[in-house]
Design a protein around this ligand. Sequence first.
Ligand code: COA
Length: 159
Amino acid sequence: MTPQDGFSVERLERAFPVELNALIAEALAEGDDFMSGLAEHARTADDLDAEEGRFVGWAADRLAGVASITADPYVTDGLTGRLRWIYVRPVFRGRGLGERLVRACLDYGAGRWQRIRLHTENPIAERIYLRFGFVALGGTSPRATHERSSGQAQRDGNG
Ligand SMILES: CC(C)(COP(=O)(O)OP(=O)(O)OC[C@H]1O[C@@H](n2cnc3c(N)ncnc32)[C@H](O)[C@@H]1OP(=O)(O)O)[C@@H](O)C(=O)NCCC(=O)NCCS
């Protein structure tokens, strides 16, 4: 936990905590339908895929956010990772947890994949991704909106 933001970010090397169900319910209630994929993933991938970087953010003992990076299931070249299920519960937003979760995923993925792709339609999330060096694909890929090569420098903290 950093004293600045009050969150601790942890890589999970086990199944998701039970609080995940409440977090997903909140996400679906606010219309973030992509989080239904995480419910399915958590059900079917209890034994953590050795390649997956699965991160959770805690505010004391409350599950505040989740994020994951896996091999991109839509690209079979073995070189491409995908940022998935980035979600911070509404009450914990705007305090830097989303950015910390993205950074944790990218640090984890840097040695594993040559490029990282993602799909987002959320302009707030896009702002975070652009800061980390993602570029918009402008509709050239049906399964991804943004991409970044793994060698790119991480955000330096100055915006
Ligand atoms: C996108 C999301 C993960 C961001 O989480 P977060 O913890 O609020 O993000 P951060 O606190 O790290 O904020 C990152 C930037 O977004 C800004 N931001 C956060 N909430 C904002 C809001 N409601 N309006 C405007 N800007 C906002 C922050 O101010 C910050 O920018 P700054 O450094 O210039 O101030 C969160 O909004 C979320 O879960 N949204 C719904 C799910 C979603 O769309 N996930 C992404 C799918 S790819």
